[in-house]
Design a protein around this ligand. Sequence first.
Ligand code: CA
Length: 518
Amino acid sequence: MKHTRRLSALCVALAIVQPAAHAANLTWDANSATALRPNIVFIFSDDHSIQAIGAYNTWLSAFCREHQVTPHIDRLAAEGAVFVNSFCGNSLCSPSRATVLTGLHSHANGVRRLEQPITPGLWTYPVSLRQAGYQTAIIGKWHLATTKPEFDYWRILPGQGAYENPGFIGPSGPEPHQGYASDVITELALDWLKQRDPAKPFFLAVQHKAPHRNWIPPARYSKWLDDATVPEPTTLFDDYAHRGSPAHDQEMSIGPDMTLASDLKVGERYAGDPRYLARNVDFQQRKPAGSELIRWKYQQYMKDYLRCVKSVDDSVGRVMGALKATGLEKNSIVIYASDQGFFNGEHGWFDKRWIYEESLHMPLIVNWPGVVKPGSRFTPFVQNIDYAPTFVEMAGGKIPGGLHGRSLVPILRGETPGDWRQSVYYHYYDHDGAHNVANHYGVRTERYTLANFYPVKEWELYDLEKDPLELNSVYHNPDYAPTVRMLETELARLRALYQDNDPLETGRQKDQARPSRK
Ligand code: CA
């Protein structure tokens, strides 16, 4: 932890000013270094859980492999590395994206909640890549209030973007595009690969909208999986009997909170759409209710979700194919990740936001020919704070001081530093937003997750070795008192290390005017 222990009150300021100093000190010849420096393609999707990737070993992975949901991502993993302990620091779109760009946790980059701007003037990784002689491009979902990406080329979706015929924003303003979002993003990326300057190495970020809610699949997959039955998670009917009040009060349950009209395309809005005709007829005939309704909704949700995932996997295949066809494959790193995890019915939920496992895990797969041993499965605890310094080190640039993350390049080379972190810090702030998840901060270690839901003054502790599904909080079990003390000490250490001094407001912050179903 030597690197992060150097944090001081001046760290964020240093992160702002250091890249300029680095630029003045650059001495290499960009042209002569080109052959030695790899191209980097960062494919970043939205809300793609590790459960829905064949290359991970989860309760859903075997189904994904059997039905070829992610064959290209799985090949990327087989030829490269899977990070099995990869986590976010705040499981929400904009905050994760800001952390990826800055190498800093939410409280230090200014993006605690959706669509907030990154603190003006803060360093972001493309600045150092450009200074290192890289051409940089970002195409697809951006979802930050900061409207001008610091990439050489950018075409971004406004806000969440649209699944069909998505408009983009570029340096000259709005641009219309025809087609399905995953395909349009891919085609813009392949076009940019053709038009870039071949004399320079490049960094290309391909950032997908899919598989974000409301899970509109491409027409080519609208019938795919029709005859399959997606397995149900064992906790689909979780009653939260041994949990705190936040799990009872949330509003992300498939039963009451997943809408028929929008999420599941049942009813008038999609009545004329042939893609959803069969399910509308099925719903009218069955008229499912109670637990059968939850099971029916779960099947429709998961099939649409996996159809959207497959469109992203197609994109991974096309990008890998283009690199191979142009001879760039051997000198290009391809990275696949998503901005956070997602609940695929576990605890009866969809969405993310919690420190709990399904939401906390981020997929991270890195294929680096000649460096990463094919088939590697890395277990060190890594986090989205690590992406920015990793990209910069891959490009041979200089990493600014004061970042919260560390470069993953030593791990990728098979040389994990002896002082690598043993725990990750988490802080979620969007209690007032959708789904009514109480603000909380916490720590995840190899065996335990400890969280403080401070608005309701409740702590939870999960023993992941004995209770991997997180059904039973043991915070108040006297047998765990020494563990609680140990983890509270570790949590306090992390809060001091990262200088998270945000006020911890107690009491409901949620809009009281909003009706509650509970
Ligand atoms: Ca997301």
